[in-house]
Design a protein around this ligand. Structure first.
Ligand code: IPE
Ligand code: IPE
Ligand code: MG
Length: 252
């Protein structure tokens, strides 16, 4: 790539309004398997290509000034897939983390994993711990990866934690409000996503961020995740900027 083209790519496309960008974008990275099949490849090759897409979109967030990106990498339901695919994914997460950590530190990216992390392989848990600790003070982009994540399970986890504190007399039930509840979610400290992107056409949430997506704008593209590039992301942001976010109100 020539220097001038790479400089151009870093700039926010001129038809986007810098002041109305989403603060937080969430993505359901779907369609890796179908993409691979269409190329006559094994499903796992789609997951491998999906990693490149994620890196590219993360870089794009940094270049364009979007401060939080959350990606759905593995759901609590995904354990139901063939064991070879599950094992491949766990190995891939670990390998990618190890390979990319130095660059994430250099790029000032804060990495956070959300989900039932204790249910992941020990060696992956160790890599996750290392990456979260090493990047905890980074500020350019908050990059969250949902792994062994389920929205219902997250809500139950919060309920149990709050119930225990109520039982111990530490919290008055009257004080359980939205703000307190959010402090018990895995995503504590992150703003709710403004935009949810789902690739590969499915019109569902698949147990992702059930609480946090309450008022997110939803954008679904037919493009499979391995083919989701800067142009596609640009199109999603353009669509987002054309939405009228009413939050239940009416214009007077
Ligand atoms: C998304 O792609 C990645 C994960 C769920 C890990 P899929 O693997 O769901 O791909 P499709 O939906 O079968 O094409
Ligand atoms: C959602 O995709 C989960 C991830 C992207 C990690 P799935 O492919 O698992 O969702 P369903 O099965 O189509 O609902
Ligand atoms: Mg899928």
């Amino acid at each position: 790539m020539t220097v001038s083209k790479s400089v151009l790519l870093k700039q926010l496309p001129t038809d986007l309004d810098r002041d109305r960008l989403p603060n937080h974008v969430a993505v359901i990275m779907d369609g890796n398997g179908r993409w691979a099949k269409r190329q006559g490849l094994q499903r796992i090759m789609g997951h491998r290509r999906g990693v490149d897409t994620l890196k590219n979109i993360l870089r794009c967030c940094k270049d364009w000034g979007i401060s939080a990106l959350t990606a759905y990498a593995f759901s609590t339901e995904n354990w139901g897939r063939p064991s070879e695919e599950v094992e491949f994914l766990m190995m891939l997460f670990e390998r990618v983390l190890r390979r990319e950590l130095a660059e994430m530190i250099e790029e000032d990216v804060r990495i956070r994993f959300v989900g039932n992390l204790a249910g992941l392989p020990q060696s992956l848990q160790a890599e996750i711990e290392r990456s979260m600790t090493a990047t905890k003070d980074n500020r350019s982009v908050q990059f969250t990866i949902a792994t062994n994540y389920g929205g219902r399970q997250e809500i139950l986890h919060a309920c149990r934690a709050i119930a225990t504190q109520v039982q111990q007399g530490k919290i008055d039930p009257e004080r359980v409000d939205e703000e307190l509840f959010e402090r018990h979610l895995y995503t504590k400290g992150l703003p709710s996503p403004d935009l949810l992107i789902r690739t590969s056409g499915e019109m569902r949430i698949s147990n992702f961020l059930l609480w946090q997506l309450a008022y997110a704008e939803i954008y679904v593209t037919q493009t499979a995740w391995p083919d989701f590039d800067r142009e596609e992301f640009h199109a999603a942001l353009r669509a987002y900027q054309n939405r009228d976010r009413r939050f239940g109100k009416v214009k007077v």
